[in-house]
Design a protein around this ligand. Structure first.
Ligand code: ATP
Ligand code: MG
Length: 454
């Protein structure tokens, strides 16, 4: 098949350029391939560069020397070469053998043909190769598809998704990140083969899905391909179309969630927390005598469901725990008073209070206009939060100006009492009823101790 060629003016990083040149000087073909070429053509600086070459792994090692090569995935033809101090993945041109289980090729075969290597790739926009002189080689119409912002599989979508179901999620991830339209047949086969996603490992699913929800265009993708996501997130199914019967909520639970997704900054923790913040609503629904819908206790139920889902998907503990906390706390009031700011800081710590502010902002923004006044309360809370941090106000034992030893020196016996007196002192500081100053604290400690003895 003939190839299309165009020229791009793009300066490759030194490490990549010199790696390509050395392979070529060694008598081999070598190109930048995949996502990096796609990104360069749409004017985005690539995050990482993959290199493909006609050299077999042992030949790559011969060119660069064993000291500079790590056989990271040698059976699949990948060697990590340290070029100018930078690790670069170099993969031999290859053809994948038959796929028998929706995910792993039975075998890979090396080839000397770039075209064969290109044809095994998932989407036409990822099936482009770039020479060090700036020539883009296109066997599959990827350049035109990029211009049209169209996502299309290389070859028959049914075949390509049956070989590897992860491509379905990768495709949706690209649509969410870049706003690509998905070609009709590709889209249809994604939906009709959705159940094959259950053959994938949960780690691979989460890796793509966590990137998908951080995309600029995640809401339209989550809306349109909802049924696909219910394969590994069956808990979201009742959210769609669940009317809230409440004047503050103009959307159903799912549409409210999608609106909030676009308001919250695109980090995995925040987007996941928003995705799940109301997932427990359908199971908490009650209609009051006034005809208004209530969802009592839904943050706790949603948090428990988020815990189950994130545990099932083997998401790292830190992400899971932060998400659970944010979901559970998404309805706690953040009233703009300094003592409340200190209380929340004591309860959650600075980082999580800031995340909670983002969650609440997005949640409120996605309600009806009537709720908008609450946004200014959150801004006032944030101003006070900044002030509390700037002034290094006290909200934890570590910043309190007395410690256990000081209290023992006052004559209070070591033991549980010390702990409870310290706690009382801290609460009074947080509430603004006591100054964090040593003499005042010691006096107050003594008074509490006296009261205890009476
Ligand atoms: P990004 O770097 O933004 O994640 P990418 O397209 O570079 O996107 P990688 O996972 O780095 O994604 O993969 C590099 C290239 O390898 C892809 O562009 C594609 O050509 C090919 N590729 C990756 N995964 C698959 C797959 N499951 N099936 C077929 N080809 C794939
Ligand atoms: Mg990549």
């Amino acid at each position: 098949m003939s190839s299309e060629k165009i020229h791009v003016d793009h300066k490759l990083p030194k490490a990549i350029e010199s790696l390509l040149v050395r392979l070529r000087d060694g008598g081999f073909e070598a190109y930048v391939v995949g996502g990096a070429v796609r990104d360069i053509l749409i004017g985005k600086e690539p995050d990482d560069y993959d290199v493909t070459t006609s050299a077999e792994p042992r030949e790559v090692i011969q060119v660069f020397g064993e000291k500079f090569c790590h056989p990271t995935g040698i059976s699949h033809g990948t060697v990590t070469v340290i070029s100018e101090g930078v690790p670069v993945e170099v993969t031999t041109f290859r053809v994948d053998g038959d796929y028998l289980d929706f995910r792993h090729p039975e075998e890979v075969r090396f080839t000397r043909s770039l075209e064969e290597d290109i044809k095994r790739r998932d989407f036409t926009i990822n099936a482009l190769a770039l020479s060090p002189d700036g020539t883009v080689i296109d066997f599959c119409g990827g350049i035109k598809d990029l211009e049209r912002r169209l996502l299309r599989t290389v070859g028959d979508p049914k075949e390509r998704f049956t070989e590897d179901a992860l491509r379905i999620l990768r495709g949706l991830r690209f649509a969410s990140e870049h706003g690509f339209r998905i070609e009709e047949e590709t889209s249809r086969e994604m939906i009709s083969l959705k159940d094959s996603l259950s053959a994938l490992s949960v780690e691979r699913i989460w890796k793509e899905f966590s990137r998908l929800i951080c995309g600029t265009y995640c809401a339209p993708v989550l809306r349109r391909y909802f049924d696909i996501f219910t394969v590994f997130l069956p808990e979201i199914a009742p959210m769609r179309g669940f009317e809230q019967h409440n004047p503050h909520h103009i959307f159903d639970v799912w549409e409210h969630t999608l609106a909030a997704m676009t308001y919250v900054p695109p980090t995995v923790v925040l987007r996941t927390a928003i995705l799940f913040h109301d997932i427990g609503k359908p199971s908490c629904f009650e209609i009051g005598q006034d005809g208004i819908g209530h969802f009592r206790g839904h943050p706790k139920v949603s948090a428990a469901m988020a815990d189950t889902i994130l545990t099932r998907l083997k998401v790292d503990t830190d992400t899971r725990e932060t998400v659970i906390l944010l979901v559970k706390a998404h309805d706690v009031p953040l009233d703009p008073l300094m003592k409340n700011v200190r209380r929340r800081l004591a309860q959650y710590g600075e980082e999580r209070v800031r995340l909670l502010l983002e969650v609440k902002r997005a949640d409120i923004s996605a309600h009806s206009m009537k709720s908008a006044y609450r946004l200014s309360e959150l801004s006032s809370f944030e101003v006070l939060l900044d002030q509390a941090i700037r002034e290094q106000q006290c909200f934890s034992f570590s910043s309190m100006n007395v410690n256990g030893k000081d209290l023992i020196e006052l004559g209070i016996p070591a033991g549980v009492r010390i702990g409870s007196i310290k706690k009382q002192l801290l609460n009074e500081i947080i509430d603004g009823n006591l100054e964090n100053e040593k003499t005042a604290l010691l006096q107050r400690a003594q008074a509490i101790w006296k009261e205890c003895q009476q």
